[in-house]
Ligand binder design. Structure first.
Ligand SMILES: Nc1ncnc2[nH]cnc12
Ligand SMILES: [Zn+2]
Length: 340
């Protein structure tokens, strides 16, 4: 490998806030609330063995964050870590249902996350936005409720709507109303599809939701026509390779379809999903793209730029981010010429 990814400017558009909780922080939270987490955290690692168990473990970790200040700390901790590896933009996926489930309420939950975003921005300059998500396994009514909440919130940091959780529960059409509400509210739309379920799930998402982005979407590779459709529509895939390997969607990085999707003209990006759950981090994802998947510096920069182009932000913020990113690309290209 002729280049280091550590110094590259980065952006991430797919990371779940509770999924970013460092195990040490979860342990401290468990001690604070007197909760025994021996079944979900062992030897500094979250414990799960398949997708269904991962979701259970995720929800248990989420239940350890119980106040506005807990969420502010979690958010600031994650964004500061991202900033320290040269990340200029982050979208975090949040579920008001988690706020409701621990009795905090959606408003205080979102307020804590906003506090963390403001604190991290002040300290590091990192720009961040919030994507409200409905958790599919909590049922249609809760997903619709999450969309209604996102619409009602009228919070300038809440810029997108997503659906995560157990992809095998129901079909996309069952949840269409939630996306109609979010679309009417002017929110950017993305949906987890083609991760646990196959290409049909991505096709459903395109047919029914027509989102500008899809979370994962990698199993579209199983249908050549669908890959062409993704390329034609310019739908952006939020690809999380480390997550896909950890969850056994693919056996290894060589079998992962990121390269094939990119070569087929699909607009792809790189994110970390739930980094400590999957033994990864955004810096590792960039390293893997270079070292395991054979992408060169320009290709990785293109994926980062695609994240910024597809970000759910106002156009002034997007222009500022792109200007900063393009200046970095030009400077690094000049440095490459000098080194050659
Ligand atoms: N990878 C993933 N897929 C679906 N739902 C999730 N929630 C958190 N991580 C997720
Ligand atoms: Zn996800």
């Amino acid at each position: 490998m002729a280049f280091e990814t550590a110094g590259m400017l980065k952006a991430e558009i797919h990371c779940h806030i509770e999924g970013a909780a460092p195990p040490e922080l979860s342990l401290r939270q468990a001690q604070k609330y007197g909760v025994d987490i021996g079944t979900i955290l062992r030897d500094g690692q979250y414990v799960w063995s398949d997708f269904a168990e991962f979701i259970i473990c995720y929800d248990a970790v989420a239940s350890l964050f119980r106040t506005q200040a807990d969420y502010a700390l979690l958010t600031e901790t994650y964004l500061s870590e991202l900033a320290s590896i040269n990340t200029i933009y982050s979208e975090i996926i949040v579920s008001p249902d988690h706020g409701d489930r621990i009795g905090l309420g959606a408003d205080a939950y979102i307020a804590g996350i906003c506090d963390g975003i403001f604190a991290a921005k002040e300290k590091t300059g990192i720009e961040a936005r919030i994507i409200v998500t409905g958790e599919r396994h909590f049922g249609v009514d809760r997903v619709v409720g999450a969309a209604e909440y996102a619409k009602r919130a009228k919070n300038p940091l809440v810029t997108g709507f997503n659906m995560a959780g157990e992809e095998r529960m129901g079909r996309v059409a069952d949840y269409a109303r939630a996306f109609d509400i979010a679309r009417d509210a002017g929110l950017g739309l993305t949906i987890h599809a083609g991760e646990v379920c196959g290409a049909f799930s991505v096709a459903d998402a395109l047919d029914i939701i027509q989102p500008s982005r899809i979370g994962h979407g990698v199993r579209a590779i199983e249908d050549e026509g669908l890959v062409e459709r993704l390329a034609e529509t310019g739908t952006v895939l939020e690809v999380c390779p480390g997550s896909n390997i950890a969850l056994d969607v693919y056996p290894d990085f060589q079998a992962h379809p990121l390269r094939r999707l990119k070569d087929a003209g699909v607009r792809v990006t790189i994110s970390s999903d739930d980094p400590p759950f999957f033994g990864t981090s955004l810096s590792r994802e960039y390293r893997i793209a270079a070292e395991e998947m054979g992408f060169d510096r320009q290709e990785i920069d293109t994926m980062t730029r695609t994240s910024l182009e597809a970000a759910f932000v106002d156009e002034t913020t997007r222009s500022a981010l792109l200007e900063r990113f393009d200046a970095y690309v030009q400077t690094s290209a000049k440095a490459d010429v000098k080194d050659a």
